[in-house]
Design a binder for this molecule. Structure first.
Ligand SMILES: [Zn+2]
Length: 88
């Protein structure tokens, strides 16, 4: 089965930062944050001959983590503004 590795990266970064934000953390909101982030990031699929080292290097690349983090934070802000838990 093919897999978008950008999704793993967004997952791991979201887990690291989510607790610093005072937002709703239900599954819907977390999925929305992930979906918005992934819509704004390139997909990353590895070919069958890619090594585990290449995949790990992708996940740990410092510059990439910084740009993904920026998208994740933007998405958190968007979801926070539109949160179903907001009293309007
Ligand atoms: Zn929620």
């Amino acid at each position: 089965m093919i897999k978008n590795h950008m999704e793993n990266l967004v997952d791991s970064i979201l887990c690291e930062v989510i607790n610093s934000y005072d937002i709703c953390k239900c599954n819907d909101c977390l999925n929305d944050i992930k979906s918005i982030s992934l819509n704004n990031l390139p997909s990353m699929y590895f070919l069958s001959n890619a090594s585990q080292a290449e995949k790990t290097a992708f996940l740990l690349d410092r510059q990439r983590r910084i740009s993904v983090l920026a998208k994740v934070v933007e998405s958190i802000e968007l979801v926070r503004k539109n949160s179903h838990n907001n009293v309007r």
